[in-house]
Ligand binder design. Structure first.
Ligand code: HEC
Length: 161
């Protein structure tokens, strides 16, 4: 009996520690509608020449730390996505949408993006992870450039500009 109770307690702890990506993604859909949809569109396919797609791009399916950093700081200047150049720029999202100041909303919206539009991520981005990345780049006030994102800084070497 004692073992059973311990086993149940452990299972419950594990469930709290990491919730299923789908549960977070379901909440994230509403965040997406408010904070990304106007540019990246309902389909996640963007608008040719203006807004890049979020479907299976390297930035979406690649390094999650870089992806979080993109949503926290935005992007400036031209960037190539799937062989096409975009130069509209992505203003720092949380300046336009204060709900993105909450780590949970950033995690939810990215889990939605990473499981939609043909993307098939299995591991959720957690609010704790968003908080870590936010802290790491707290001193930075400017948007990323493509060159910086391509050579995304190794952990602990964040440029504070
Ligand atoms: C005001 C329009 C706008 C909004 C709102 C916006 N983006 Fe973007 N986003 C862009 C543009 C434009 C680029 C291309 C960067 C450039 O032109 O320098 C981009 C690039 C990106 C990229 C990297 C390239 C790619 O397509 O993979 C990601 C990832 C991304 N956005 C995610 C998001 C997410 C997630 C949200 C919502 C939280 C969001 N964006 C909100 C305009 C926007």
């Amino acid at each position: 009996m004692k073992t059973l109770i311990i086993a149940l307690a452990l299972t419950a702890t594990a469930a709290f520690a990491q919730e299923d990506i789908k549960v977070s993604a379901d909440r994230g859909k509403a965040v997406y509608m408010q904070t990304c949809m106007a540019c990246h569109q309902l389909t996640g396919m963007g608008v040719p020449g203006a807004f890049p797609p979020l479907a299976k791009t390297d930035y979406v399916t690649g390094d999650t730390r870089r992806l979080v950093a993109i949503v926290l700081k935005g992007i400036t200047g031209p960037m190539t996505v799937d062989g096409k150049i975009y130069a509209t720029g992505m203003p720092q999202p949380e300046l336009t949408f204060p709900i993105l100041k909450e780590d949970k909303n950033v995690a939810d919206v990215l889990n939605y993006v990473r499981t939609s539009f043909g993307n098939e991520a299995k591991e959720p981005i957690t609010p704790e992870f968003v908080a870590e990345v936010r802290k790491e780049f707290a001193a930075r006030t400017t948007q990323w450039t493509e060159a910086e994102l391509k050579a995304f800084p190794a952990k602990g070497t964040a440029p504070a500009k």
